[in-house]
Design a binder for this molecule. Structure first.
Ligand code: HEC
Length: 256
């Protein structure tokens, strides 16, 4: 293909413009610690185990204001039975939100801060599920010794966190590591799901739409080829190469 110098210039401009837009996304911020890699999955077993970790441990302090017991039953991905929902809610109404027994006042007294609501936490934080996973498996000893054990966290901004190591990660037995990581992954997956419960449905619809677009594109391409099949390309009448039209040419044009 022949490219004119003008076209070459334009393509350079286009490349430069693309780089200007892409460049900021390629920047790695030196002050950000990379989160722990984790495979967030949305299968029913993982989500149910994650819900159990949330209700058994995290809910001691963190509420989910925008999730009710009935919601848990109604999400087919979670598949929580009425009996299970009743057991979880106790005296609470089915339509009540998942509220921690820890009142905001008591939280302030104990931790100096109200633990953030978890309904949309995964969506609100950069890294989502991986951030949650990293935080709860990110307790360590402060190398400078300033921040007390249980409040030093590798992944929390500033490293000082008011939450006290909910899974007991610090100084855990090496034999327990696998189970703790699994608990962390399950609850991170559940919180990712609950922060956007229709994401699975949406992704599935997305796949159908993409498939539909591909099929439509192929059909249109075939149609286009069929429509233009008998049309000769090139300059008008170039096919006659300067000579007069003959009857056979007309015949040729009318061929199906
Ligand atoms: C004993 C109370 C308590 C329990 C139990 C608890 N948390 Fe927390 N959590 C807190 C408090 C308090 C904060 C606020 C920390 C801060 O801002 O310094 C917090 C903060 C967090 C944060 C950081 C939120 C942010 O603002 O970026 C995450 C993530 C988190 N908790 C996850 C969990 C998970 C998952 C569980 C269950 C496995 C859990 N927490 C159990 C008290 C608790």
């Amino acid at each position: 293909m022949f490219i004119t110098p003008k076209q070459q210039l334009y393509s350079k401009y286009a490349l430069a413009a693309a780089l200007i837009f892409i460049w900021p996304t390629m920047q790695v911020h030196a002050d950000e610690i990379a989160l722990k890699p984790v495979k967030i999955t949305m299968d029913r077993n993982t989500l149910q185990k994650g819900l159990a970790v949330y209700t058994d441990i995290c809910m001691g302090c963190h509420s989910m204001r925008y999730v009710s017991y009935r919601d848990l039953m109604e999400y087919p991905e979670l598949h929580i039975s009425r009996t299970k929902a009743d057991a979880l809610r106790g005296e609470n109404a089915l339509t009540a939100p998942l509220k921690s027994p820890l009142s905001e006042e008591d939280a302030k007294v104990s931790y100096g801060i109200v633990p953030p609501d978890m309904s949309v936490l995964a969506k609100a934080r950069v890294g989502g599920g991986a951030y949650i996973y990293s935080i709860i498996t990110g307790f360590a000893h402060d190398p400078s010794g300033r921040i007390p054990d249980g409040n030093y966290n590798l992944y929390f901004p500033g490293h000082r966190i008011a939450m006290n190591d909910p899974l007991g990660w610090l100084d855990h037995d090496p034999g327990d590591e696998k189970a703790l990581l699994e608990q962390a992954r399950d609850v991170a997956s559940f919180l990712t799901f609950i922060s956007d419960p229709h994401q699975i449905e949406r992704h599935n619809i997305g796949k159908y739409v993409m498939g539909f677009m591909v099929i439509i594109t192929i059909l249109l391409w075939l149609l286009n080829r069929e429509v233009w099949r008998d049309v000769k390309h090139g300059l008008p009448d170039a096919q006659f190469q300067g000579r007069e039209r003959r009857d056979s040419d007309i015949d040729n044009d009318q061929r199906e």
